[in-house]
Design a binder for this molecule. Structure first.
Ligand code: ZN
Ligand code: ZN
Length: 202
């Protein structure tokens, strides 16, 4: 059973908020990684996605595509950023430690940058949500339809060393603000057990 990135395009656009080529690129990268490993979308924390991007431009669009298709999400905590400013994604099957790294090729990315979407809109500071469909739609089709070998670099499967941590449901109530804190994140303050925020303010 293979994952088809087209099945996630609409959902991805709804989640992401606008139409752009970067979110679909994240869908393609995520699908290629899942299909190489032969894994399903993570219902819980089965997969771990390690992104090389930081917080900069395009990073968030691309990362949303990866989140939507792999099920590795900010909320579940099974997605991480390395802040290298690169587009590589390493997807790990946590049960076996099998992993693959996929990245869009530089050629494909440079090609997108020459499109009107970038030169006439995004580079002039126009938000993606204000770019006409007639401009962005063909670019999205191009990203979704291109053969994987044209736009992606897919590594061989390799073994990733996981540092497994058991899920903990333990917590405590901060002696100062009275809010719930996950066990292990507290600080001693005199004879009180407090959260980091209260510790910093004290
Ligand atoms: Zn976007
Ligand atoms: Zn507190």
């Amino acid at each position: 059973m293979t994952v088809n990135p087209k099945d996630y395009l609409e959902m991805g656009q709804k989640f992401h908020g606008h139409k752009c080529p970067a979110m679909p690129s994240g869908l393609r990268v995520g699908a290629a990684a899942m299909n190489k490993l032969g894994v399903e979308r993570a219902k819980d924390g089965q997969l771990l996605a390690i992104l090389e991007l930081g917080e900069d431009h395009c990073a968030t669009c691309f990362a949303d595509g990866v989140q939507v298709i792999t099920g590795c999400t900010f909320g579940k905590g099974n997605i991480k950023k390395l802040h290298y400013g690169k587009w590589g994604v390493t997807l790990v099957d946590k049960k076996t430690g099998r992993a693959v790294r996929v990245t869009p090729t530089a050629e494909a990315m440079l090609g997108n940058k020459k499109s009107e979407f970038f030169t006439k809109y995004r580079m002039l500071g126009i938000p993606a949500s204000e770019v006409p469909d007639a401009v962005v739609d063909p670019l999205i089709v191009k990203v979704m339809d291109a053969p994987a070998e044209m736009i992606l670099k897919i590594s061989e499967v390799f073994q990733y060393e996981l540092h497994s941590k058991k899920d903990s449901f333990a917590g405590f109530v901060c002696d100062i603000c009275g809010e719930m804190v996950v066990e292990g994140y507290g600080r001693p303050l005199g004879d009180k057990h407090v959260c980091q925020d209260c510790y910093n303010k004290a």
